[in-house]
Design a protein around this ligand. Sequence first.
Ligand SMILES: NC(=O)c1ccc[n+]([C@@H]2O[C@H](COP(=O)([O-])OP(=O)(O)OC[C@H]3O[C@@H](n4cnc5c(N)ncnc54)[C@H](OP(=O)(O)O)[C@@H]3O)[C@@H](O)[C@H]2O)c1
Length: 374
Amino acid sequence: MKAKGNNLNRRNFISKSALFGAGIVASPIAFANEKNLPEKIEDSKSAFKTDKRMLGALEVSPIGLGCMSMKSGSYNPPRDAKDMIPVIRGAFDLGVTFFDTAEVYGPFTDEELVGEALQPIRDQAVIASKFGFELSTGSRGGRNSKPENIRSAVEGMLKRLRTDRIDLLYLHRLDPNVPIEDVAGTVKDLIKEGKALHFGLSEVSPTTIRKAHDEQPVAALQSEYSIIQRALENEVIDTCGELGIGFVPWGPVCRGFLGDKFNEHSRFSSDSRLSQVPYFTPEAIEAHMEVLTLVREWGRKKDATPAQIALAWVMAQKPFIVPIPGTTKLHHVKENQGALDISFTDAELKEFRADLEKIELVGVREPETALIDQ
Ligand SMILES: NC(=O)c1ccc[n+]([C@@H]2O[C@H](COP(=O)([O-])OP(=O)(O)OC[C@H]3O[C@@H](n4cnc5c(N)ncnc54)[C@H](OP(=O)(O)O)[C@@H]3O)[C@@H](O)[C@H]2O)c1
């Protein structure tokens, strides 16, 4: 397994799989019982990875860290800053320089956490955050990308992130009432003022990418993409390649599924965000166990864990792809960094895809949806 010198040896990994294989009910209650103490990094040198990838003109580590669920508790109960700061700083020690958050996560609490964690190493980190929702009441409202809302969002971000600039400022979701040119123009002004350094978009169509890019060069598009959720292969990733835009897959380990976290018996309580995910219905999970089996087989061939295969696979698709797996656990960060040691030949990628295409997926996005702003 590619987790050099870490505590996740094959025996631990097998016993971990067996635990989840026993059909744990994945609900916030189940997560609440997990021990979540960050591990010491005894071997950070051997696990440290320095290769870089480019998102437009922005240089980042080839794997980033998704910080969404840490304080917002999207997939787990909200964690304490004292437990999450060592995960973020530990990730940095392992070579991760690219950290992803958004004002809507919490709202605001994830940005506060990321700001606190990165303050001592601010100049060596790349911070990405996102605007695009009405949050003036302190809870999430509808979409709002009016120029004045973008500006006030950025002022709040700078305070919470304890910085004078946002390295990568994304539009989180398109506001149907504000032309994308106006959004891009506002970000262009913020870049001129030095409050943002690069412009990003999330979950938009190729048409919107092109319009935005004409007004202000786009460094990155962030949208859901994984071995299971492949709709974005319909024109979106190619548009990024054509325009020199980086692609940042969120959900690269399929929200834990490709990390071998669930099995065909997993069920989500109604208060879990995962209960609303169409590819996690009982029928869908059962169908996708075949994908997990395939990923495990590749794991055996490459001496890697399923999460490592999931990450290595997305990175192998294009050199401008930079996944941002989300995790609350330092040992998962370490494991995920091991994906950097895995490569696929063209023939292997072809074989993998041919097998993948034989599997009928359930509840995933249709390719046509990639052509529509989400
Ligand atoms: N632009 C958007 O609209 C958007 C939407 C959603 C998310 N995002 C961003 O993208 C990031 C990643 O997406 P995501 O969190 O939705 O999906 P993800 O990265 O595919 O999955 C996250 C889940 O996978 C688990 N996991 C991670 N590494 C693992 C490993 N090695 N083994 C087993 N389980 C593992 C984590 O659990 P543990 O905590 O137990 O490790 C977590 O619950 C987020 O943190 C957020 O910053 C953006």
